[in-house]
Design a protein around this ligand. Sequence first.
Ligand code: PRP
Ligand code: URA
Length: 209
Amino acid sequence: MDNVTVFDHPLIQHKISKLRDKNTGTNEFRSLIEEISMLMGYEALRDLPLEDVEVETPIETCMTPMIAGKKLAVVPILRAGLGMVNGILALVPSAKVGHIGLYRDEETHEPHEYYCKLPSPIDQRTIVVTDPMLATGGSAVSAVNFIKEHGGKSIKFMSIIAAPEGLNRLREAHPDIRIYVGHLDRCLNEDAYICPGLGDAGDRIFGTK
Ligand code: PRP
Ligand code: URA
């Protein structure tokens, strides 16, 4: 799976285990999502383009690399993907942020779009789509479809927990994107929830039910 990175870093694994615990409350859950996103983002952004700029050190003037231009866009899938945005912005504060609103129909599990606002133009940017859960893959595939329809070309998808079903569906639908997964779980249950998973990510981040 050339275009898929599944993280094995102990810090990420430890924090995901704490996320899974049903006794982890909203406040800690939000912090963990943000911390994991930052750790994953550190690796996912290792190919951001650099340009040499002139800097005067206390010793002399030198040419030294900095991130080139305002080239990054973070696009969370609402709602749960929002929880991951600040972790990425902590690394690249100048990134633009778009939003794609999708919810899963509880019976069919199919995604429905209710909002889409992307930075324009988007074709020159590296786009990081965030959603903590990649379950059936329906939401992820739709989100990447929208971004491509708006001209997005260089797309990375970041999820904290994935089911094999969703990961395979996303890879097959969009073989050109890079996918980053914090942990690959066992399977989906009959309600299309990830097992063992962490439950409903949106409800746990926002304290709803
Ligand atoms: C959850 C999750 C993903 C989606 C994953 O969102 O945040 O967006 O389900 O499932 P899929 O891979 O089967 O499409 P949900 O629809 O519950 O909306 P919410 O984030 O607003 O709670
Ligand atoms: N969405 C979630 O929030 N959790 C799951 O396990 C599946 C979809």
